[in-house]
Design a protein around this ligand. Sequence first.
Ligand SMILES: Nc1nc2c(c(=O)[nH]1)N[C@H]1C(S)=C(S)[C@@H](COP(=O)(O)O)O[C@H]1N2
Ligand SMILES: [Mo]
Length: 165
Amino acid sequence: MIRKTLFALLLCSSAIASAAPVVPVLEVAGGTTPLALTSELLHRLPRLEVATNDHETAATFEGVSLRTLLSEAKVPEGKEIRGEYLSWVVVVDAADGYRAVYALAEFDPAFTPDRALLVDTRDGKPLAASEAPLRIVLPEEKRPARWVRQVVRIWVGPVDLPKPK
Ligand SMILES: Nc1nc2c(c(=O)[nH]1)N[C@H]1C(S)=C(S)[C@@H](COP(=O)(O)O)O[C@H]1N2
Ligand SMILES: [Mo]
């Protein structure tokens, strides 16, 4: 009995420790203040819902278009995406060290019909710990490998690789 209580207490304290608020950010190259992707921001912007198949499981996600968030952070869009911006990338980092890269143009409706979302709910409920606080959902992308879970940072900027001589 005592053992059980201790175990429950330990579980509780670790839950409290991990409940420290993680505020994911969107950072744009050039050193402007990172955009804090707070729940308040995600509820102030237009929200979208998408019905998908996560592997074989049907799931409905809700969140904000990644493009909307990029515009909120003043990242070029539409016809502004030319010249150097065609070599800009969006790097998404997760709490578990997972990282995926996309091209900036991939999120622009002027280039592609896919609508990437940054979601905070699945089937009407807050994301589970394995996906929280935020997840990328690319409804048209068949393999969900870039549907990054546990997003903590989105970095946008020029790819920094050497050009041919
Ligand atoms: N943070 C994070 N996101 C991730 C992964 C991961 O290991 N860590 N795996 C990816 C891969 S390979 C797949 S197939 C899907 C799995 O998502 P699911 O657990 O909802 O099925 O998440 C993607 N997102
Ligand atoms: Mo995967």
